[in-house]
Design a protein around this ligand. Structure first.
Ligand code: MOS
Length: 747
């Protein structure tokens, strides 16, 4: 099925964001900005120990403080049902398998221990300071302990985590092979969206809950909250029209969402809880630290014979999160007769990790792509050439052809735009104005995901088209791109389309995760548009006054904007508006859906790209300054040249942060983050970021969906940290194998 060739084409146009004006004027409401009448404010008290229990808690002074309406602790919190996530698609995501305030046990620093509701935030905060807690503390485990065994998960989100193809040990032991074996480490990293998480909960009836929640998954919040409070699913409304960045930390239902709803029920009034920046470091997930051991075996001429990727990550005692670093990066990137991925997860007394932009693939490509650079140096082969030599023409594990890969084209265009041919191989050999210059590159990759979605389209007699799906725009441009798809699929001018999302009352929409929104919701839009055209065709062909009278409805197709024509006699056509008017209808409405196929795919759907980085480093003051970055991506059809570029820019910026700045440091005494605001958890600012060039290559991937588009929210961060680290090596001759690459590591 291909997209109809309609003039004017709207897919791919660099259309401005349809919500841009609302955002820049401050008129776009975010969760914490909803103020139902009588809304009360909440402040959460969190544990100052990482393991143990609450021996005593005295809330008398807090309860008597001015303005206080409730102080919830494990002693008085209502007991809720365990909200088991549904196994089928559509279930919410629960990262933490423990209800908030369930008992006196403390599993990690920062765990909620009391929740104070008052008239004002200041009153709630003051009252919280009056609560006296005596802890019985045990010694927490904060990092992988020597001798700990860990868990080896088989699957993660339904996919194999451990891979074993061929005999990798034999390849590594073969004396004819050049072997590189290195350990790479990435620290705990914390999502730092502009908008911290927030929930406003209102019980509009004893059995009806409305939530304004900063979430990537309104249907998921609806699912889990309805189970926890034993409500009919449709009696929980979750509203989230705008989200100020998320990157994965708003995908799961975190304890504060349940706590806020619980508190609102107790006080009998709406309650608002907005996480502080500090709360975000323990209350909404983070990227687990990783230790990755990569071993590569290659022939002298650079052909990989074995890749072994051993990964150690952490999770909390109350969550089973797996940061699968190898399966969809090392298991996909290069041709090799033997590939092994081994993932081990260790529970520690740190809050539960979660998805963070390209979870797994991001740290995974950092380690593998640094190791490839080390192998290239060992073999004295150009790093780009080494990637070309090992290009995987088919999927390295299951051998399916890639649907539309274009990675070689990405390498070539990137090299050309960057000027890679001018690179001299020797580290430290390139200089400018007394500074060392380094050029590094890496491969980017991220899988193309599709989930399930339902879409409703209503075409009104006045030409307005309303499209509905409980999808999300987490800052990505989804409002705009889905509007473009709807305009093209229905066949109306883009100005006529209004897209409604971010509300659980709408037809089912998937989590805004895994970069799946465009592919999934777009496919459902095409399905609904097809149904709409058929409904219009039935009206027209049954109507004696229509030029299409008597034609078979299934032989009537969209030909040009606002018109259906007979496939057999293209001269006969009818306008949407005329069809509706003659039928005396104010509107027609149709539904469509998309369900990912349960059949094993016959093609491997995966996106690829190439990252090129230039750094300049003063040898006496070796702070890494990135001076150029070129990112070339293949993600199928570019749906909107502006929002696509922004997605990749954002990913690269975040990857630069990972490479040079970001690290959540835990206080070993308490297990609490010592970096807990944006003054000490550094993310890139303008001075850290050079002009970044973004290019796209390739063709629409029409085997993947009718738009030919794969997602691009996450791929931009993959490979970025490796390109930076490789450039730093090229400039200085120093391999820094633990991120971030701060000045002290280069002295
Ligand atoms: Mo993304 S880490 O799947 O929100």
């Amino acid at each position: 099925m291909s997209a109809p060739a309609l003039p004017p084409r709207v897919l791919g146009q660099p259309m401005n964001r349809v919500d841009g004006r609302l955002k820049v004027t401050g008129a776009a409401p975010y969760a914490a900005e909803f103020n139902p009448p009588g809304v009360l404010q909440a402040f959460a008290l969190t544990s100052r120990i990482a393991l143990g229990r609450i021996a005593d808690i005295d809330t008398a002074a807090a309860e008597a403080a001015p303005g206080v309406r409730a102080v919830l602790t494990h002693r008085n919190a209502p007991k809720l049902a365990e909200p088991k996530p549904a196994q089928h698609s559509g279930g919410g995501i629960r990262n933490e398998n423990r209800l908030p305030l369930a008992d006196d046990q403390i599993h990690y620093g920062g765990q909620y221990v009391a929740f104070v509701v008052a008239q004002s935030l200041e009153q709630a905060r003051h009252a919280a300071s009056l609560i006296k807690i005596r802890y019985a503390a045990d010694g927490p485990v904060l990092r992988r302990e020597a001798g700990a065994k860990g868990e080896k998960p088989k699957k993660n989100n339904g996919e194999d985590v451990q891979i074993n193809k061929g005999n990798v040990e034999a390849a590594l032991a073969d004396a004819n092979h050049v072997v590189v074996e290195r350990i790479y480490q990435t620290p705990q990293e914390t999502h730092s969206p502009m908008e911290p998480s927030a929930t406003v909960a209102e019980w509009v009836a004893p059995d009806q809950l409305t939530l304004h929640d900063a979430t990537q998954y309104v249907k998921g919040v609806q699912d889990l909250l309805s189970k926890a409070f034993d409500l009919k699913r449709e009696n929980v409304r979750v509203i989230s029209p705008f989200v100020g960045g998320a990157f994965g930390c708003k995908g799961a239902v975190w304890p504060h969402v349940i706590l806020t709803a619980m508190a609102a029920r107790v006080v009998g009034a709406p309650v608002k809880f907005a996480l502080s920046r500090q709360d975000m470091f323990t209350g909404a997930g983070h990227r687990t630290p990783t230790t990755q051991m990569i071993a590569l075996a290659a022939t002298r001429d650079g052909k990989l014979q074995g890749i072994r990727h051993r990964v150690e990550t952490l999770t909390s005692p109350v969550g089973e999160y797996v940061e699968s670093c190898g399966a969809r990066s090392t298991g996909v990137l290069y041709a090799s007769p033997s590939i092994a991925v081994e993932e081990t997860v260790f529970p520690v007394n740190v809050s539960t990790p979660t998805f963070m932009r390209a979870p797994g693939e991001c740290p995974g490509t950092y380690a593998l792509e640094c190791a490839m650079d080390e192998l290239a140096a060992e073999l004295k082969i150009d790093p780009l050439q080494l990637r070309m030599i090992n290009h995987a023409d088919a999927h390295p594990i299951h051998d399916h052809p890639f649907s539309a890969k274009f990675l070689k084209e990405a390498y070539q265009l990137g090299a050309e735009k960057f000027g890679w041919a001018g690179r001299t191989a020797e580290p430290g050999s390139m200089k400018k104005d007394g500074r060392l210059v380094g050029w590094g590159m890496a491969t980017a990759t991220y899988p193309a995901y599709k989930m399930a979605a339902d879409v409703r389209i209503r075409l009104e007699a006045n030409g307005v088209v309303r499209v509905q799906c409980a999808a999300h725009d987490i800052g990505t441009g989804a409002y705009t791109v889905l509007t473009q798809i709807a305009a093209e699929a229905v066949g109306v001018p883009v100005e006529k389309v209004t897209f409604e999302l971010g509300n659980s009352d709408l037809p089912f929409g998937p989590v805004a995760g895994g970069s799946n929104t465009t592919a999934t919701v777009g496919s459902a839009i095409y399905d609904a548009a097809k149904a709409l055209h058929l409904d219009l065709a039935k009206l027209a062909t049954a109507d004696e006054r229509s030029p299409l009278h008597g034609a078979s409805p299934s032989k009537v197709v969209l030909t040009t904007v606002g018109h259906l024509s007979s496939e057999e006699d293209p001269g006969k056509s009818d306008a949407f508006a005329d069809i509706l008017q003659r039928a005396g209808k104010d509107f027609v409405e149709s539904n469509g859906s998309f369900k990912p196929s349960l059949l094993k795919p016959s093609a491997a759907f995966q996106s690829f790209g190439a990252q090129f980085c230039e750094v300049q480093i003063d040898p006496l003051n070796p702070r890494v300054q990135i001076t150029r970055f070129v990112s070339v991506m293949n993600c199928g059809r570019v749906m909107n040249a502006k929002t696509a570029r922004s997605q990749i820019l954002g990913g690269v910026v975040m990857g630069i942060g990972m490479a040079l700045e970001e690290e959540t440091v835990l206080d070993p005494a308490t297990g609490l983050p010592a970096t807990r605001n944006l003054a000490d958890y550094h993310v890139p600012v303008n001075a850290d970021i050079p002009a970044i060039e973004v290019h796209f290559v390739g063709e629409p991937d029409l085997a993947f969906n009718p738009m030919g588009a794969r997602g691009m929210g996450e791929i931009g961060i993959t490979g970025t940290a490796a390109a930076v680290a490789n450039a730093v090596f090229h400039a200085t001759g120093k391999r820094v194998r633990d991120l971030p690459i701060t000045l002290d590591k280069l002295i």
